[in-house]
Design a protein around this ligand. Structure first.
Ligand SMILES: [Zn+2]
Length: 385
């Protein structure tokens, strides 16, 4: 249990305002479905709503008062009228739904309502989902269901149609940076992590971990040094970054090795660029060797970092002060890049990275794709435009 008030939540102003009105009103719906990306605070919103609806003396602005017997029970982590449903193993099972169903017949006495809070509402087994549906068809009085999911597509349409859906978007970089700073992270670390977190707080927190920070610094340094020296340096930078990202713990397992032939650029492209020629058409080569050890998410992340670093360089080149940049920690390398490359060149380099997303869907050899991308970036940064 997590005692949360509306004012504890950062971001989602529109949704919170609407839910506050609902909680203050006479007739809230019996079921709400909170959908949106993972780790943006949907769970906290559900807890704030649970605390508000059960609180004996709710406050206009904060929702739960924090002083009454109901609020105290949540703070102790043992509110008998807030029932949490969580997957046991992979799924929420029918027995769990039945266990929750029994007490719903009795009126709430500690607080003003009973709450069923379902944190991973996409994880119902079929029988359990049908049992829940039956309850939602004839909901008991003063019982509120709060369902939370980041996988809206997996929620049965029959459950969706019996709930009020509230959609959440990603958190803003600003909000994430403020939360991280409040939690004691260095301001520059917080801003850098926030810029790469895609609106997800957990992701940003992970990026503040020293191991991730170190890998991030390795990538940013490599990106900011593109366009200097020899294209061969790009190839060895990809190897260095490969070693750095493979040392991190990724949620997904590395892809299995395969022997498929996939198109890729290589040293030939580097040599062509070194001689000042346009790179040759991509060749095909076996992927197994280079593919080893690169987790699938690692490439996507490395490309995100590449884009963020180049975007910062572009912003800096048009006069945005470094205090507003997410990569401000790398001031020296950033200044050196600005001496080598113009805004036009940086914009062209950034375009390369924005286009690469399409190739990602083909599930290519990660190291080779990164190599190609960085070589093209290197090319744009050294080309006369
Ligand atoms: Zn209270």
């Amino acid at each position: 249990m997590s005692f949360t008030r509306w004012t504890d939540i950062r971001g989602h102003g529109v949704q919170i305002e609407a839910l506050l009105r609902v909680c203050r009103g006479q007739r809230p719906s019996h079921a709400y479905l909170f959908t949106g990306p993972a780790s943006v605070g949907k769970g906290s919103v559900a807890w704030a709503m649970a605390a508000h609806l059960t609180c004996v003396a709710p406050d206009e602005r904060t929702g739960a008062c924090g002083q009454c017997r109901s609020c105290h029970a949540i703070q102790r982590g043992e509110h008998p009228e807030i029932h949490e449903l969580k997957p046991q193993g992979s799924f929420i099972k029918i027995e769990q739904v039945r266990d929750v169903q029994k007490p719903l017949r009795y009126e709430a006495t500690l607080g003003r309502a009973r709450i069923v809070l379902i944190a991973q509402a996409d994880r119902f087994g079929e029988e359990a989902a049908n049992a829940l549906l039956k309850i939602l068809e004839e909901p008991p009085k003063r019982v509120f269901f709060l369902l939370v999911t980041s996988m809206r597509q997996k929620i049965l349409s029959t459950i969706r149609s019996r709930s009020q859906e509230v959609r959440f978007g990603p958190l803003s970089e600003e909000d994430i940076a403020v939360v991280l700073a409040e939690q004691g992270f260095e301001d520059s670390d917080a801003r850098q992590a926030a810029s790469l977190a895609q609106g997800q707080l957990d992701r940003a927190r992970t990026l503040c971990d020293p191991n991730w920070m170190e890998a991030l610094d390795t990538i940013v340094s490599a990106v900011l040094s593109l366009g200097s020296g020899n294209p061969f340096a790009v190839v060895s930078a990809v190897d260095t970054v490969g070693a750095a990202v493979q040392g991190l713990s990724w949620s997904e397992q590395p892809v299995e090795e395969t022997d498929v032939i996939i198109p890729t650029a290589s040293l030939a492209e580097a040599r062509a660029l070194a001689k000042g020629k346009a790179p040759a058409a991509p060749r095909a080569r076996k992927s197994a060797a280079k593919r080893r050890g690169w987790p699938p998410e690692a490439l996507e992340w490395t490309l995100d970092v590449t884009r963020a670093a180049l975007r910062d360089a572009l912003l800096a080149s048009v006069g945005i002060p470094s205090s507003q940049l997410s990569m401000a920690r790398h001031q020296q390398a950033l200044s050196a890049l600005l001496e080598r490359a113009s805004s036009k060149q940086l914009a062209a380099a950034l375009d390369v990275c924005l286009e690469v997303d399409r190739s990602l869907r083909l599930n290519p050899n990660p190291a080779a794709l990164l190599e190609t991308t960085w070589l093209q970036v290197h090319g744009r940064l050294t080309q006369v435009v």
